[in-house]
Design a protein around this ligand. Structure first.
Ligand code: DON
Length: 682
């Protein structure tokens, strides 16, 4: 639990924080975080902007009554009581969004990075359209869209993410999910394996079923997995085989629809997949290989025979004539398979479907449990192992996520417990995967820790999307610095065993060695030096030896004197050391303080706002008595400076060396901040 203790607040601070104390803490802090311009009201459009920044959309089905209530409110500026009743209409979702507690808390930063990835990859025009049937050969090759949906229903969309395209082989993921859900894994396993095939998607080879099976008995042969065509034709054959093909397609559209967020009342704003009949007919015309596969499955006894009686022969009286019989079970399975490959959805729909799988079978938007947890748990390993066919192993090594591509140009990726991603761009590489789609997948995993085995990575610059960026930065250095400052060698030993970098500096390049030296923690200094940590200069050019000297820790000074380092002296600017001094707040969640200062350093106003919503006082100070205003001023982050002042940050807080935020702005020559802060001092 965190608590706030404010010492002798200044006049201005007193009024803001005293007023805040009169409000219920949780809702009060959320409200306060959104107040602007020193007013005790929240602006409607600012509230919307904060929600959109967090990845929620205006047409979000879950927020319908919230947005209605907000729009009905009589004025643009909302007072606390009304605000409280409006956000209650959005339930926990709104609170979580404003406190930065959704699946991807720093959604704005995430979106900016995805925009960069999109722009970088857009010029790539390599690859070719699928040419085997006209409706695929004739699509606009320039199309490019990305959609991401998190398990909390945050949505990122860019480019052609609302354009319908042919889902093709991506249907295999949803198809397998439905069959496992309906029949149970044991039954499904009797018809289709869960083994990598190492072959192309349309290969006719089957595998021998079970341990010790014999390839001499054709009835022992089943498709390797449901992601290759043979396996997908098989699973399609298992969906309501006694019904007509029309009924079966209807059922499948409905189930796919539920997975991607369609609801029976059609209030979610998401439609059932669209059927492209021409595409299905063309698939049929050119589908010799699939037809052969279907008959092979019939021959091995895998597709259940239809119950219909064999028809009477109309040519009994003719010596060589008889009615050629084709088992309807196989033609029907093929017909349904061609049809579901020819369903059309948007990248957003498919990302939503992938998010349902990431979310253990519950659609993030409709909250409909479409699949059981165990179905998802049984489906995802197969998607991961075989979804990219004969490049699945390589793909998993590099990208590390369950993924599925289709020759329509789509690729879906599932980040378990976090998000679904779909990229659509129709130019394909030689194995049939979207060229840009693969590039996007690569770039995402180069930027973010989402590979399933990234849990073992500590020496990486990649970002964990589950953690706000400033918290991520804080965790890379803050714990060690606080431990060093407090003389906590045991914690440093623990961090060493976790391979954490004990030389990492904060926003001021202050390191554990600086703080241990300033606080006279001799054992810590010895521990760090013995573990190969080097003294480096901080923001002001000061080495740890200066901290030790300034604070009279001679034993530590001697330790540093023995090292072969050319130490420079720090240059601080303190214009009026005897001037007015304001108190800063203490806040017992030390890491949150570091997070706040990193957010201020980055000019990350939404990040600061979320921390304020989580009750941190804006003027909390760190181990060097630095506050968010020092950092925002030193970096010239005017927006952050203004936000902090408007939320009660006093002007004359002084850091360890006596510098105020204005001193810092002057030292770093941040003109706009100097002008603004000076105007407030008058
Ligand atoms: O079965 C087929 O040939 C197509 N309808 C689907 C192929 C496909 O998408 C292969 N995947 N990349």
């Amino acid at each position: 639990m965190t608590s706030t203790e404010k010492k002798a607040p200044s006049k201005k601070e007193e009024s803001v924080f005293d007023w805040l104390k009169t409000l219920p803490p949780r809702e009060g802090n959320i409200f306060f975080s959104l107040c602007e311009g020193g007013k005790k009201t929240v602006n409607k459009s600012k509230l919307k902007e904060a929600l959109f920044d967090s990845g929620l959309q205006i047409n979000d089905f879950r927020l319908r009554s919230f947005f209605e209530k907000l729009d009905r409110h009589r004025s643009n500026d909302i007072e606390f009581e009304d605000f409280n009743s409006i956000i209650k209409a959005g339930g926990l979702l709104i609170e979580k969004a404003l406190r930065g507690e959704l699946a991807v808390p720093d959604f704005r930063d995430f979106s900016i990075n995805l925009d960069k990835i999109y722009d970088e990859i857009r010029p790539n025009r390599s690859g070719d359209l699928a040419k085997y049937i006209p409706p695929l050969a004739e699509v606009d090759p320039e199309q490019f869209g990305i959609a991401v949906v998190t398990t909390d229903g945050q949505i990122y969309q860019r480019g052609d993410s609302d354009v319908d395209f042919s889902i093709q082989s991506m249907c295999k993921v949803f198809n397998y999910s439905i069959v496992v859900e309906n029949l149970g894994l044991d039954k499904v396993n009797r018809h289709v394996g869960a083994e990598p095939s190492g072959r192309q998607f349309d290969d006719l080879t089957l595998m021998v079923k079970g341990m010790g099976g014999s390839s001499l008995n054709p009835n022992n042969q089943i498709p390797f997995n449901p992601m290759v065509n043979a396996g997908a034709i098989m699973t399609t054959g298992l969906i309501n085989p006694k019904n007509s093909t029309g009924q079966r397609l209807d059922y499948i559209r409905e189930q796919f629809g539920r997975i991607v967020g369609w609801n029976a009342m059609e209030t979610s704003g998401i439609k059932r997949p669209r059927f492209n009949k021409n595409m299905a007919r063309q698939e049929n015309f050119k589908g010799y290989n699939n037809i052969a596969t279907g008959f092979l499955l019939m021959a091995t006894g895998n597709i259940p025979h239809s119950d219909s009686l064999l028809p009477e022969d109309a040519h009994e009286d003719k010596e060589y004539e008889y009615d050629f019989y084709i088992e309807p079970a196989v033609t029907n399975a093929l017909k349904v398979y061609f049809s579901i490959c020819s369903l059309e959805m948007t990248a957003k729909d498919i990302a939503m479907g992938a998010a349902t799988l990431a979310n253990g079978g519950v659609c993030p938007i409709t909250q409909d449990r479409v699949l059981s947890q165990s179905t998802v748990r049984n489906v995802l390993p197969v998607v991961q192992m075989a979804g990219m066919y004969n490049s699945s192993g390589k793909f998993f090594q590099e990208i590390g996520l369950p993924s599925k591509s289709g020759v329509g140009g789509g690729i879906l990726l599932i980040v378990p417990q976090l998000m679904g991603i779909c990229i659509f761009s129709p130019r394909l590489d030689s194995v049939g995967n979207s060229v840009r789609g693969l590039e996007v997948a690569r770039k995402i995993t180069q930027k973010y820790l989402v590979h399933l085995f990234d849990g073992t990575m500590t020496d990486t610059n990649r970002i964990d999307p589950k953690v706000p960026i400033s918290k991520w930065r804080a965790s890379s250095c803050g714990e060690a610095i606080w431990a060093a400052s407090n003389g906590d060698v045991r914690s440093l030993e623990r961090l060493t065993s976790q391979q954490r970098d004990l030389q990492a500096g904060d926003y001021d390049i202050r390191t554990p060695l600086h703080l241990a030296s300033a606080e006279g923690q001799t054992e810590v200094v010895k521990y760090l030096l013995n573990n190969g940590v080097q003294p480096i200069p901080d923001r002001w050019g000061g080495y740890p030896i200066s901290d030790a000297k300034d604070n009279g820790h001679n034993e530590i000074v001697e330790l540093f004197t023995k090292l072969d380092v050319n130490y420079s002296e720090p240059v601080h600017l303190v214009e009026d050391p005897d001037g007015e001094t304001d108190e800063m707040a203490t806040f017992d969640n030390e890491m949150m303080v570091i997070e706040l200062l990193f957010a201020a350093f980055e000019n990350d106003v939404p990040g600061i706002r979320q921390l304020v919503a989580r009750s941190i006082p804006v003027h909390a100070g760190d181990y060097d008595l630095r506050t968010a205003l020092h950092l925002a001023s030193a970096e010239g982050s005017l927006q952050a400076v203004k936000y902090l002042i408007e939320h009660g940050h006093p002007l004359n807080v002084r850091d360890r060396w006596g510098a105020t935020p204005l001193d810092e702005a002057k030292r770093e020559k941040r003109d706009s901040v100097i002008k603004y802060l000076s105007s407030l001092k008058k």
